[in-house]
Design a protein around this ligand. Structure first.
Ligand SMILES: Cc1ncc(COP(=O)(O)O)c(C=O)c1O
Length: 371
């Protein structure tokens, strides 16, 4: 089976180093909020070109605590997209705010920034652009609107660590950038993890308090807080992975280029579009075709795992019925959910497996299966 994603190869390749890191950290006797977390926070923030990083226990919490740090809560509206992973919206709800959706661009799958002005109301306080699949949203006009209208911006960078827009890395445009280190991510750990990054000293201090029961010193809460800590073992492993991030993204980009060359004129396939002035980290390689379901079945029959990121837009999920956003309200998002398919892609995907995927997709269309 050619899997959509897997980490075992990588683990076997680096097993000795990984076990040495785990052993070193456990032997140090310091497992929570110690030197490893500080070192990784500094290194990752520097990598992103931002002053501060605060390690937390997940990407969801990186978003949630970002909203809390900005004082966003009940009564506030936060504009985002429904073409994203559930946690983007779960974090808004956890903060007590109301998500408001704009549609996405059909060719990049990303927030259609031209719809923002019309979605802003007197209750809007924040915009969360999602750099979906690894490509940045159109941040220049977005930031222009946000600054003009006095809105905060929290970037959901969960899928796009290191992606650049006009030669600047994501996470450094808005007030806070939120990252996930979930194992499948471009920068993935061996468990849960996340980070909020910011240039603001005040937000940095606020985020540090919020992740640690609202405490600045032991056993005294300055404010109401939470427990959301990145642990020392994950931080040490993530620092090790960070040093290899650019290399592994380069491999992702090479595989993506190979797919694009092989699939550009096949059937009705639309290959991913990378807008000029942006880099794409290829967290996923997501194509569009009207024959998505049949193609996915065909790939499965040939031992190739396709995935759909994401089959149901959030406003159409039962868990978000209460938002009362009707089917038909976000036509491009709804249409894409029927047509998108992510092909296997991870840094160590063998070239012959990539070729096999291209070959199989071509055969599906040649056989007329897609007609
Ligand atoms: C776009 C997006 N936002 C937020 C998250 C949340 O990250 P985590 O799973 O680390 O909580 C994820 C990952 O699942 C994601 O893909």
């Amino acid at each position: 089976m050619i899997k959509n994603w897997q980490y075992l190869d990588e683990y076997h390749q680096e097993r000795r180093q990984i076990l040495e890191i785990v052993d070193r950290v456990i032997s140090s006797g310091r497992l929570i909020l110690g030197p490893e977390v500080s070192a990784f926070e500094e290194a990752f923030a520097a990598y992103c070109g931002v002053a501060h990083g605060v390690g937390v226990n997940s990407g969801t919490d990186a978003l949630f605590l970002a909203l809390k740090a900005l004082g966003i809560g009940p009564g506030d509206e936060v504009i985002t997209v429904a073409n994203t992973a559930v946690p983007t919206v779960a974090a808004i709800r956890a903060a007590g705010a109301l998500p408001v959706f704009v549609d996405v661009e059909e060719d990049t799958f990303l927030m259609d920034v031209s719809q923002l002005e019309a979605a802003i109301t007197g209750k809007t306080t924040c915009i969360i652009p999602v750099h979906l699949y690894g490509q940045p949203v159109d941040m220049e006009p977005l930031m222009h609107i946000a600054r003009k209208r006095g809105l905060y911006v929290v970037e959901d960078c969960a899928q796009a660590a290191g992606a650049e827009y006009q030669q600047k890395k994501v996470g450094g445009f808005g007030d806070i950038g939120a990252f996930s280190f979930y194992p499948t991510k471009v920068l993935g750990g061996y468990g849960d993890g996340g980070m909020s990054i910011t240039d603001s000293e005040a937000l940095y201090e606020k985020l540090r308090g919020l992740r640690f029961y609202g405490m600045k010193q032991a056993s005294y809460a300055e404010e109401e807080g939470y427990n959301s800590r990145l642990d020392e073992i994950q931080a040490a492993l993530l620092l090790h992975r960070l040093e290899r991030l650019d290399d592994s993204v380069r491999k992702r980009q090479e595989i993506a280029q190979h797919y694009t060359q092989g699939l550009s004129n096949v059937g009705d396939i639309a290959v991913p579009l990378v807008r000029s002035g942006r880099t794409h980290q290829f967290y996923t390689y997501t194509i569009r075709t009207k024959h998505r379901d049949a193609l996915m079945r065909y790939l499965m029959e040939h031992e190739i795992e396709g995935r759909i990121n994401y089959p149901t837009p959030i406003h159409l999920m039962r868990g978000y019925d209460f938002l009362s956003v009707e089917n038909g309200k976000l036509p491009r998002t709804e249409k894409l959910a029927q047509e998108i398919l992510s092909l296997p892609l991870y840094p160590r995907l063998a070239q012959k497996d990539g070729e096999q995927v291209i070959h199989c997709v071509k055969r599906f269309f040649e056989k007329g299966a897609g007609s």
